[in-house]
Design a protein around this ligand. Structure first.
Ligand code: HAM
Length: 422
């Protein structure tokens, strides 16, 4: 038998998991500062939620969902993203009734998409996302983008590009949709079979097609920007003004369309530029979804949010040679020679830990030299060696590993000494 992790998933081993924890801490601290509170929703939901929420015509719903029937004959789906679940919870728990709106939520957790495996694209990946639901103020759009950028800059990433677009309101979309159908209909036979079916169902998605991206009709397709209603254009201008006030630079890309159906008005992505990163350059994506709460059965409550995957974030840090300041130092390693000494070592290690000192010892009955080497590898700050003499005299030498200095102490003085000097 030769078991391997399932395709598109990965094990995160010690050495790597410290980086995850560091990133997750930075994210939590930032969410605290921006006043977003954590929500934890189930990893699976009814399939219909995603069909309605994410959209029937999207690649996610059509090709990428892990859908199964449970023993009670319910169709369930491992969540491919977090927005639909957050909105479901907002409606189910009547958060729209809370005095303080918008309700500002964040989440981190695994998402599942059956995608083709490649660098930066996994079948199980961890998203950090935020959702601000209950406000249609362009200032909150800017806040959400600022928070996304803050995650990357706090971790030391540069060479970032915030790309924004407005997808307009319903009237905008309807007018643009008609223009797209008129544009693509004469050449529809030259497009891939997916695009042929998109033409009637959701022509906007043709612009996002990877197969047909080089077709000449793509470059000349009517831009959505030209169909923005007055209200939508005004909204977009205000979003840009707020970004300017925040000192966040951005690029407007009229061709930015996102792969989920719920978006309108503001859509954005954060890309990484420069060398060292493979074909995946989008680190983060988000946008406004006025109407989604109603689609899921709640009252009118406009929302905006984004999500990024920690996997891509870590790949970007690696590509840019940014080391995270993760520490895994050990305060105290207790070397024990002989059975009696080992009894004492077990007792001391437990006392240290109870007093907030990280401590470890040998569990392979190794020789003294091997135990000292283990202490070195563990980056122990202090080491004590327990043998017959130490047990008789109840006194031990504490060695500070950085300087080599030794201090003679009674057992009872150890905790105080380490706490003072670690
Ligand atoms: P999305 O663009 O599908 O949006 O995904 C957001 C981010 O998740 C991507 O930019 C990427 O960092 C990461 N991601 C997506 N698929 C994968 C994958 N297969 N492997 C690794 N990372 C991946 C959403 O999911 C929306 N729910 C975002 C949102 C929140 N919009 C409003 N609120």
């Amino acid at each position: 038998m030769n078991f391997k992790v399932p395709k598109g998933t990965q094990d995160i081993l010690p050495g790597q998991s410290e980086k995850w924890q560091y990133v997750e801490r930075v994210i939590r601290d930032l969410c605290d500062k921006y006043r977003y509170n954590e929500i934890r929703t189930p990893m699976f939901e009814s399939t219909e939620l995603f069909q309605r929420g994410v959209g029937d015509t999207t690649d996610i719903v059509q090709k990428e969902m892990y859908t199964f029937m449970d023993k009670g004959n319910r169709s369930l789906t491992l969540r491919p993203e977090g927005t639909a679940s957050a909105v479901r919870a907002y409606v189910e728990h009547k958060m729209f009734g809370q005095v303080d709106q918008p309700v500002k939520l964040y989440y981190t957790g695994p998402m599942f998409r059956y995608e083709r495996q490649q660098a930066g694209r996994y079948r199980q990946f961890v998203q950090f996302g935020v959702e601000a639901i209950g406000s249609a103020d362009p200032a909150i759009d800017a806040e959400v983008m600022a928070l996304a950028m803050d995650v990357y800059t706090t971790l030391g990433l540069k060479d970032l590009k915030l790309v924004i677009n407005s997808l307009g309101d319903k009237d905008t979309r309807d007018a643009h949709r008609s223009a797209l159908i008129a544009h693509f209909t004469p050449i529809v036979g030259e497009l891939c079979s997916d695009c042929q079916s998109r033409l009637e169902k959701n022509p906007l998605r043709i612009l996002d097609c990877k197969v047909d991206s080089k077709h000449p009709a793509m470059a000349t397709a009517p831009a959505l920007t030209n169909y923005l209603t007055e209200g939508s254009a005004e909204y977009f201008t205000k979003v840009k003004q707020y970004l300017d006030v925040l000192g966040i630079s951005y690029e407007v890309d009229p061709n930015l369309v996102r792969g989920l159906d719920y978006y309108n008005h503001t859509a954005f992505e954060i890309m990484i530029t420069g060398d060292g990163f493979g074909s995946i350059t989008t680190l983060c994506g988000g946008g406004r979804y006025n109407g989604l709460v109603e689609d899921i059965g709640g009252p009118e409550s406009p929302g905006i949010g984004f999500a990024l995957s920690i996997e891509r974030l870590l790949l970007a840090l690696e590509a840019k040679n940014i080391e995270l300041p993760t520490e895994n130092e050990l305060d105290m390693y207790v070397v024990a020679m002989g059975e009696e000494a080992k009894l004492k070592a077990v007792e001391l290690v437990s006392t240290f830990r109870a007093k907030g000192i990280s401590a470890d010892m040998d569990y392979l009955d190794r020789k003294m030299k091997a135990q000292m080497k283990a202490a070195d590898r563990a980056q122990a700050k202090f080491v004590i060696v327990l043998g017959e003499t130490e047990l008789e005299e109840q006194v031990v030498n504490v060695k500070a590993m950085k300087t080599g200095d030794q201090t003679k102490l009674e057992f009872g003085q150890l905790v105080h000494y380490v706490l003072e000097n670690k």
